[in-house]
Design a protein around this ligand. Structure first.
Ligand code: ZN
Ligand code: ZN
Length: 161
């Protein structure tokens, strides 16, 4: 094979590199976050089991209410409380549609706040993959206690820890 042909073959292979599962689901969660309606923070979440997406959620106002990015945030202790968080909305979407998420994995672009962490724990989700760290250190200790795997993924979706 000529040197040029080898080079072409290699570059085609590089282009065809498939995303790993973690990378794939985190990328979808990132796309989901683009629907967020609170511009203070865009967060997306996705619940999956057996490599199948069960539900998704992004942080946004209560259904049928105005978006806080348009009418103003409702601030409490430095946080906007107008919205339902992405992870909560993903769990709600599953409930609304009658989808079992017991034993599932959640991908979220930011680590769960304490309230969302509690919802995740009681919903039976067993693995939490998050992008950036957000706000609450307690989740690490309690996740360990509950046997929930917490995995930090890099922006590209690969494991960093
Ligand atoms: Zn807001
Ligand atoms: Zn939350």
């Amino acid at each position: 094979m000529s040197r040029l042909a080898m080079k072409q073959k290699r570059s085609r292979k590089e282009k065809l590199k498939r995303a790993g599962w973690d990378e794939y689901f985190m990328n979808v969660a990132k796309v989901v976050s683009s629907r967020s309606t609170c511009d203070r923070k865009f967060v997306g979440a996705l619940v999956m089991r057996d490599k199948t997406i069960l539900s998704t959620g992004y942080n946004g106002s209560v259904r049928k209410l105005e978006h806080c990015s348009e009418i103003g945030h409702i601030m409490e202790n430095g946080h906007c409380v107008a919205t339902i968080h992405a992870e909560a909305n993903a769990i709600i979407q599953a409930a609304k549609n009658g989808v079992c998420i017991d034993g599932a994995t959640i991908y979220t672009t930011a680590s769960p706040c304490w309230s969302c962490f509690k919802l995740i724990a009681n919903s039976g989700i067993k693995r939490i993959c998050f992008g950036e760290f957000y706000r609450d250190e307690r989740i690490f200790e309690i996740a360990g206690k509950l046997g929930i795997e917490l995995v930090k993924l890099s922006v590209a979706g690969g494991k960093t820890q």
